[in-house]
Design a protein around this ligand. Structure first.
Ligand code: UD1
Ligand code: CA
Length: 451
């Protein structure tokens, strides 16, 4: 935004979080609170962030290279935090937007609206407010009879009659920079927290007959502050519901949405069904016709058409069309599964390629392997890929049949159309179209019969 300056206040310790991690570094759906706030002002000419508590950690977490960091050494209150920016704004006479580092869902359009009302009214300050049924810890807005704002009273300092006011301060403001700094120097800390409140600027401006107006939003979720872990969970739920809603509107069936968690980075085509208790994360892409879950976890994977993934973990994998996975399978990263393949119950696949129509249906471990097409891997087959020091590769050719309970000691190469007898421990390569059997021959011995 041209000639516009934004200040984000993020120096506070976030005591109510009771955390070693600064409040603003807690994540909501894979993104820190502060990164979300920084995103709101990404288009501003100049962006200043006031940091303090564990400032180096907060600094490191901000990806916007144009962000200017200002340190508030002692956390003496939100007013004192703004005072720290004065030295770099000495020559600035325009309007300043101030955001709270813990209010992450504010829409850019609302900031634009607040700015345009501020300019139209030629106000010294404009406050974004909202009506709330239960205003709890938020600052209350006291209006003059002409509708302008007289003061903001913090909940902790409010008399009962003021606590009844339902209009609250969002912590988002536009100020004329000159008026702001001159009033800030008059702020005192004679309140319940002994802090220099930014909100006290409002009554100071009012007493000097400077115009302070309020712009009301009716979307409380947009201005919710995240002060403790309960509010963090509410915020997460808010985004979660919005993501699911968008997906359902776009043609995805979600059964029992209350139990489903899908990150905003996930892309899902229409006519996919998400069953209960399913989590989908990262840059996952899912094509139409899939049924995912119940009880599945899919992260950073691509999933083709008509795939079924039931009660399984899949991450960093590429799954072709018409594959069936689960229940209780573990598909690990760098795995590629070909069309019509079947990875059945209790199978683990790691860093392997599974060819078209190949079946690993029961209780197997396939690691560092390259399997061709139309292979049948019998129940309990294990690729023994690790010798205690190094990982080794297993290769199996098309149309091979591996009998149940086979150990394949890698590095090993099994040819095409081979047959491995059940219960074998295969230590040498097997050529194409040959039978390998590597187990003790059964003997029948006479039993000493008692009695
Ligand atoms: C603040 C407002 C309250 C408003 C609410 C909206 C004040 C005094 N009160 O209350 O009227 O309803 O936000 O969410 O501003 N900060 C610093 N340095 C400090 C203290 C705070 O940078 O010394 C920062 C915090 O990191 C935070 C913001 O200022 O981002 C607000 O501080 P916080 O303690 O969360 O204030 P609230 O009690 O939520
Ligand atoms: Ca807050």
């Amino acid at each position: 935004m041209k000639n516009m300056i934004a200040i984000i206040l993020a120096a506070g310790e976030g005591t109510r979080f009771k955390s070693e991690t600064p409040k603003v570094l807690h994540e909501i759906f894979g993104k820190t609170i502060i990164e979300r706030v920084a995103g709101i002002v990404s288009g501003f000419d100049k962006k200043i962030i006031v940091v303090g508590h564990k400032s180096e950690l907060v600094k490191k977490s901000i990806s916007d290279k144009n962000m200017i960091f200002v340190k508030q050494v002692k956390q003496l209150g939100s007013g004192d935090a703004v005072v720290q920016t004065e030295k770099i704004l000495k020559n600035f006479t325009g309007d300043l937007v101030i955001l709270s580092g813990d209010v992450p869902f504010l829409k850019k359009e609302t900031v634009d609206k607040l700015l345009s009302v501020h300019k139209k009214e030629k106000a010294a300050a404009s406050v974004l407010t909202c009506e709330m049924e239960n205003p709890s810890h938020y600052g209350r807005i006291i209006r003059n009879t002409n509708g302008t704002v007289k003061a903001i009273v913090e909940s902790k300092d409010a008399a009962d009659v003021i606590k009844k006011i339902k209009e609250i301060n969002s912590g988002i403001y536009v100020f004329s920079s000159k008026e702001l700094f001159s009033a800030l120097h008059k702020v005192k800390n004679n309140n319940s927290k002994s802090e220099y409140y930014l909100t006290d600027v409002i009554s100071i401006l009012n007493s000097e007959n400077k115009k302070v107006i309020a712009y009301k939003t009716d979307d409380f979720k947009e201005i919710m502050g995240i002060n403790n872990r309960s509010e963090l969970a509410q915020a997460e739920n808010y985004i979660r519901e919005k993501i699911l809603e968008n997906l359902m509107i776009s043609g995805v069936t979600i059964v029992n949405p209350g139990t489903v968690y899908i990150e905003e980075t996930v892309e899902i085509e229409k006519d996919v069904t998400i069953m209960p208790s399913t989590i989908i994360k990262g840059k996952t892409k899912i094509k139409s016709g899939c049924v995912l879950g119940p009880f599945s976890y899919i992260d950073s994977s691509t999933v083709g058409k008509n795939v079924e993934i039931r009660a399984s973990f899949v991450y960093g994998a590429e799954i072709a069309d018409d594959v069936k996975i689960g229940p209780f399978s573990h598909i690990r990263k760098e795995t590629k599964i070909g069309r019509y393949a079947r990875i059945g119950n209790f199978s683990e696949i790691k860093k392997s390629v599974i060819g078209e129509n190949t079946k690993v249906s029961h209780l197997s471990y396939i690691g560092d392997s390259q399997l061709g097409k139309n292979i049948n891997i019998g129940a309990g087959t294990i690729t023994c890929n690790y010798d205690g020091k190094k990982k080794h590769k297993t290769e199996i050719g098309d149309y091979t049949f591996v009998g149940s309970n086979t150990n394949l000691i890698a590095p090993i190469k099994i040819g095409k159309g081979a047959l491995i007898a059940a219960g074998s421990t295969i230590t040498h390569d097997v050529p194409d179209n040959k039978l390998a059997i590597a187990r003790e021959r059964q003997v029948i011995k006479k039993l000493k019969v008692k009695g």
